[in-house]
Design a protein around this ligand. Structure first.
Ligand code: NAD
Length: 259
């Protein structure tokens, strides 16, 4: 599935939200390939079950957990189930998120605005709120929250989505300061345009739509979800031991400037 041989996470447990699709699924595969037990968390139980099935077919260990990250009780239950299943919570990738269409702010409904904040921001807050005490009790851990290039760079016709991702970066940095002394590291991953079902929807799934989006990437291509998985594993590994409170751009130069 992925080229994860140089990460050794045997005996470790990773909790991954949005693991039924795209970046989350690729990261679940990568952690499993590296030997970790994976809690595959998603609002879509069928998609989560498919991720688990594919991990098990490759000899990995995973369990699917249906959970809406906007619901505190469900998030707490998901974290508890992960610990019950695997005895630990070493890594958390709080990655579930939704997009908005490419439209000006005046065309974003209040309902969508609220939903964007509920999933993209409150979901990350709730995950960290329930993960930190567990990690603290067991002597530490690593959290990676998925922000976006849209969390470090303003994008026309993406104002509401950008606002959620700037918020993820702020939550990440502030919380990292709070728990640095407890051996818990927290970083934000800021992906550029990554070839997932989300981008299929944003591009409209047409060649013209994809070409328009690729035009926003200085390197002239989309990222592969596996590239986000590897960056996340690096942040979680001991190679990332001195990295906390960072927002890591993995974006083909998209956030570097105009040119
Ligand atoms: P995706 O749509 O392929 O996958 C998102 C997953 O999140 C789905 O499986 C979905 O069921 C799940 N999900 C949605 N709402 C949920 C909820 N309330 N509770 C639990 N799970 C929920 O998207 P993706 O491209 O893999 O995006 C993953 C993350 O990366 C998102 O936070 C997104 O904003 C971010 N991101 C994506 C890109 C990109 O270009 N694809 C770029 C930057 C950031």
């Amino acid at each position: 599935m992925s080229n994860a041989q140089n990460y050794k996470f045997a005996g470790k447990t990773a909790f991954i939200t949005g693991a039924g699709s795209g970046i989350g699924r690729a990261t679940a595969f990568a952690f499993a390939d590296a030997g970790a037990n994976v809690a595959v968390v998603d609002i879509n139980p069928t998609a989560a079950a498919e991720t688990v099935k594919r991990i098990e077919e490759s000899g990995g260990k995973a369990t699917s957990i249906a959970c809406d990250v906007t619901n505190s009780d469900q998030v707490k239950a998901a974290v508890d189930r992960c610990v019950q299943a695997f005895g630990a919570l070493n890594f958390a990738f709080n990655n579930a998120g939704i997009e908005q269409g490419v439209v000006p702010l005046t065309e974003v409904s209040e309902e969508l605005f609220d939903r964007l904040f509920a999933i993209n921001v409150k979901g990350v807050y709730l995950c960290m709120k329930h993960q930190i005490p567990v990690m603290d009790k067991s002597g530490g851990g690593v959290i990676v929250n998925t922000a976006s290039t849209a969390g470090v760079l303003s994008i026309r016709n993406q104002g509401s989505y950008c606002a959620t991702k700037y918020a993820v970066v702020a939550l990440t940095k502030s919380t990292a300061l709070e728990v640095a002394g407890a051996k818990i590291r927290i970083n934000a991953l800021c992906p550029g345009i990554t070839d997932t079902p989300m981008i299929e929807r944003v591009s409209g799934g047409t060649e013209e739509g994809r070409t328009r989006l690729i035009g926003q990437e200085p390197v002239g291509r989309f990222a592969r979800p596996e590239e986000m998985a590897r960056a996340t594993m690096w942040l979680c590994s001991d190679d990332g031991a001195f990295i906390t409170g960072a927002a890591l751009n993995i974006d083909g130069g998209q956030s570097a400037g105009i040119g």
